[in-house]
Ligand binder design. Structure first.
Ligand code: ATP
Ligand code: MG
Length: 468
């Protein structure tokens, strides 16, 4: 069977190799995605001969400015349009017990296909003039793509023990492509799960994020749990599992609830950090769980969860920047819109949420709606309708008071100039009382009235107006 290779790079490689001894193949993920009809962002070219030499020739032909050569690994990478193209000589690999970095030697195309993780990732397409477009599929990967099966080409236990990252990759592909992991392959993951310890956190997190970004992340999250990997890489999430019944009171399984919330949010948004917020919104529950005479409580779990976020991000090597702050903030605020559901809520409570959530108010509302996992349709409808009303109230107050991303109308400098004060605690107290007065609706959100209010507050604290 011949395959259509549309990207212009393949013809360029064909022309160059037809004039030399080299033979080249496109291999791995690109071929898999081509057959699946999925878009790819990277192309891997394997060469019988020097990968670097071929890359240099290709770069010259297409006038690529950016070519990165990694002599030590015998690879070269260049960008062509928005495609990243990697060239490498065909290789054979062997592993030692304590590292997932193999010992590498020159090999045949067959060796190179043998070292691939799954049959669906072992397909190659020939780029030589004679056989252009011909599929080379020693493990019948085509069949496994059709059957939607993830299976290793060689003994799965050796495959996973050699490079335990492949266990994460198997689950990621199952989640991303909606494939099944072949039972003996999955058993080998269970058996080798503890080997994950030799994989760097960054690589684990890359795969974990790809699971989160799949259409239905609960698929991958459940597989992580079933394989025993979840407990090892994400104990906080693992601790959410299970139901406890005391004195006839039970509570829902917070892990099952959480993965449903992640699925729900994934139907609405591709924002990775919003998905993280969904994953972590109840992460404080196990630590706050208490049985009372009325049943289970998880008092202040949103605050406990909020404080757990930085530690989790740090361990997972996730960015410790505004992405983390955003995620933590949504965890902290995730119950607030519920308190606004009541028939009569004060404008002040609405203003406070707009003030605290700022630009992320819409994302917070999306999270709250995703948090509804009731199986009873009538209840679900009612909750959604409640939030619709909250959204309407937020919109109304926002339009009136313009409080989102609110900047105080009176700055610390104005306070200090007016009263001839040095930076001190009182400046903060005055600033805070102005803010509270605006949020409570005592004064409107404008400069004149805030200034007047400031004078009163300053005087109350015993400060006199600056006489200059
Ligand atoms: P994606 O690009 O969607 O992340 P991919 O399968 O293309 O998926 P890459 O990391 O781009 O993943 O790797 C390209 C190819 O290299 C794979 O298809 C596979 O053949 C091989 N490969 C990647 N990582 C491994 C690994 N850990 N063990 C064995 N083969 C691997
Ligand atoms: Mg790829």
């Amino acid at each position: 069977m011949k395959h259509k290779l549309r990207h212009p790079i393949f013809n360029i490689i064909k022309d160059i190799t037809s004039k030399s001894q080299k033979e080249a193949f496109v291999i791995g993920g690109f071929v898999r995605d081509l057959i699946l009809g999925r878009p790819s962002k990277d192309i891997d070219i394997v060469v019988l001969g020097s990968g670097i030499e071929l890359a240099v020739e290709v770069a010259r032909k297409i006038g690529a400015i950016n070519i990165n050569i990694f002599k030590r690994f015998g690879t070269a990478m260049l960008k062509y349009g928005d495609m990243e193209i990697e060239f490498v000589g065909a290789r054979k690999e062997s592993y030692s017990k304590d590292s997932r970095r193999p010992f590498v030697e020159k090999g045949t195309l067959e060796d190179d296909q043998n070292r691939r993780d799954f049959t669906i990732n072992s397909l190659a397409i020939c780029l030589s003039e004679k056989n252009f477009g011909k599929l080379i599929d020693p493990f019948n990967g085509i069949n496994d793509i059709e059957k939607k099966i993830i299976i290793t080409p060689l003994d799965p236990s050796i495959t996973f023990s050699d490079d335990p990252l492949r266990m994460m990759r198997a689950i990621r592909f199952a989640s991303q492509l909606n494939f099944e992991i072949y039972a003996p392959t999955f058993r080998a993951i269970k058996y080798n799960r503890k080997r994950i310890k030799i994989v760097s956190r960054e690589r684990i997190t890359d795969e974990f994020n790809k699971i989160l970004m799949s259409k239905k992340p609960s698929r991958g999250l459940k597989l992580l749990d079933k394989s025993g990997l979840l407990e090892l890489i994400f104990p906080e999430l693992f601790n959410m599992k299970g139901i406890e019944i005391i004195n006839g009171f039970g509570h829902k399984d917070n892990f099952i609830h959480t993965i449903q919330v992640v699925d729900n949010i994934s139907l609405k948004s591709n924002n990775l950090w919003l998905r993280w917020a969904a994953l972590l919104h109840d992460i404080g529950k196990p630590r706050t769980k208490k049985i009372t005479t009325d049943g289970w409580t998880f008092h202040a779990h949103e605050f406990v969860g909020y404080h757990m976020v930085p530690k989790i991000f740090k361990r997972m090597r996730l960015p410790l920047n505004e992405k983390m702050k955003y995620t933590a903030k949504l965890v902290r605020l995730h119950l607030r819109p519920i308190s606004l559901v009541e028939e009569i809520v004060t404008d002040s409570a609405i203003r406070r949420l707009l003030f605290d959530a700022g630009d992320d108010t819409d994302d917070l509302m999306m999270l709250c709606e995703a948090d509804i996992t009731s199986k009873i349709e009538k209840k679900k409808k009612q909750f959604l309708n409640n939030f619709k009303n909250v959204r309407a109230k937020l919109k109304e107050v926002e339009e009136r008071d313009k409080l989102r991303n609110w900047q105080p109308p009176i700055s610390g400098d104005i306070i200090m100039n007016t009263f001839n004060m040095k930076p001190s605690r009182d400046v903060g107290i005055i600033k805070k009382s102005i803010r509270e007065a605006i949020l409570n609706g005592i004064i409107p959100n404008n400069y004149e009235q805030a200034f007047e209010f400031m004078i009163k507050e300053g005087k109350k604290l015993g400060h006199n107006l600056n006489s200059d």
